[in-house]
Design a protein around this ligand. Structure first.
Ligand SMILES: [Zn+2]
Length: 373
């Protein structure tokens, strides 16, 4: 899973006169039914500029071969976007399989090219999930519908765990105070680690889980700026697996996202109705895309529509036309017009927002866009 710390570490790697090959490839199986991405990749490789360094191709030959054979051999792993950063000189290889479309690009440079990955961190909401009890804590990161455990925190020394310890001899009252003191230390330690995680990853939203008692206590201790990031709580056992935690957290996020998405949709509809910088419906949206005016494309999840695409310039339309009005290229009929629209938006540098559940937008055709102008 993408995280900022790792990207910053990658960005800081320097070669000794060598190069990095950074590949971004749209491998969405829906829009690449015949594996067209391989053709795009080969064309991009052919077009790599020579630059000042005439020996550049010699230096990146190994990387290019590795990247090519990876793309040929790992189809089953692919989601929508594939990112690879490779430097054979540094024996460095990093691949990301992303559930968002990417703009095709291959960049050969002395430094790794990570901007598209940073954009994904900025444009798609990430959530921290903290699961905590009196002795331990687990930290997770949720992004693009996936969850990953980030780290564990264990209290350094909780007294009274073993019967032979000196604490056991203490009076009940005294003993509980000691336990309480140690739990307090542990929670303080958790707060500190949580805070530095949220700051370094620049995460704005978090969800808190654990027993009712611990969650209440943790919330009392949370500094105000962090408490404001808490958007919901859940209860589960400390040993729950990632999947169980994901299922508990999902409804909390869905509720928050739905609220936010309702506002997005109602803003877009209002603006479109007033003739301000927004459009609604597939035809107006495709026109705006063609004119490069789309700032943010918004559509309902799993929206399907069919239409026509120019095989030469990628012009998209709902209308049957004999040849492309822009380049006279041949027109193909396609059953995945919305996926192509999303890909085109990404290529134009626009954002794409998928709306999970919204009747208002469905009734208005399921798709629209905020425009730059
Ligand atoms: Zn065309």
């Amino acid at each position: 899973m993408l995280n900022r710390k790792e990207l910053e570490d990658i960005a800081a790697i320097r070669t000794n006169g060598g190069y990095f090959v950074s590949l971004y490839l749209n491998v969405n199986p829906v829009t690449n039914t015949k594996g067209d991405y391989l053709i795009h990749l080969k064309n991009m490789i052919k077009d790599i500029p020579e630059g000042d360094d005439k020996k550049i191709f010699k230096k990146i030959k190994g990387d290019i071969e590795k990247v090519e054979s990876f793309v040929i051999g790992n189809k089953r792993k692919f989601k929508k976007g594939l990112a690879i950063i490779s430097s054979s000189e540094k024996s460095f290889w990093k691949e990301y399989h992303l559930s968002v479309s990417l703009k095709n690009a291959i960049i050969v440079d002395r430094t790794p090219y990570i901007e598209p990955l940073l954009d994904i961190l900025d444009n798609y909401q990430r959530y921290a999930v903290l699961l905590v009890d009196k002795e331990s804590a687990r930290l997770f990161l949720m992004h693009l519908g996936e969850i990953e455990e980030y780290g564990e925190i264990h209290a350094s020394d909780i007294p009274g765990r073993h019967k032979k310890g000196g604490w056991f001899a203490l009076s009940q009252n005294h003993y509980e105070r000691h336990i309480d003191y140690h739990v307090g230390l542990h929670l303080k330690d958790v707060m500190k680690k949580l805070e530095s995680f949220l700051t370094s990853e620049r995460i704005e939203r978090m969800i808190l889980g654990g027993s009712e008692e611990t969650v209440v206590r943790v919330r009392e201790m949370l500094p105000r700026p962090i408490d404001q990031k808490v958007m919901g709580i859940f209860h589960t056992e400390m040993f729950a697996n990632n999947n169980e935690i994901f299922e508990k957290v999902k409804p909390v996020i869905a509720e928050f996202e739905n609220k936010r998405q309702r506002i997005t949709v109602s803003d877009m509809l209002t603006m479109a109705n007033k003739g301000e910088n927004a459009v609604i419906g597939i035809e107006d949206t495709l026109n705006a895309l063609q004119e490069g005016r789309v700032m943010r494309l918004v559509f309902v999840k799993d929206l399907k529509d069919s239409g026509y695409v120019c095989g030469n310039c990628g012009y998209l339309t709902k209308q049957k036309v004999s040849d492309c009005p822009y380049c006279k290229g041949d027109i193909d009929q396609v059953p995945y017009l919305v996926d192509l629209a999303a890909q085109k938006a990404v290529e134009n540098g626009a954002q794409v927002e998928i709306i999970y559940d919204n009747k208002e937008l469905l009734n208005a055709g399921g798709i629209g866009a905020f425009l730059r102008f």
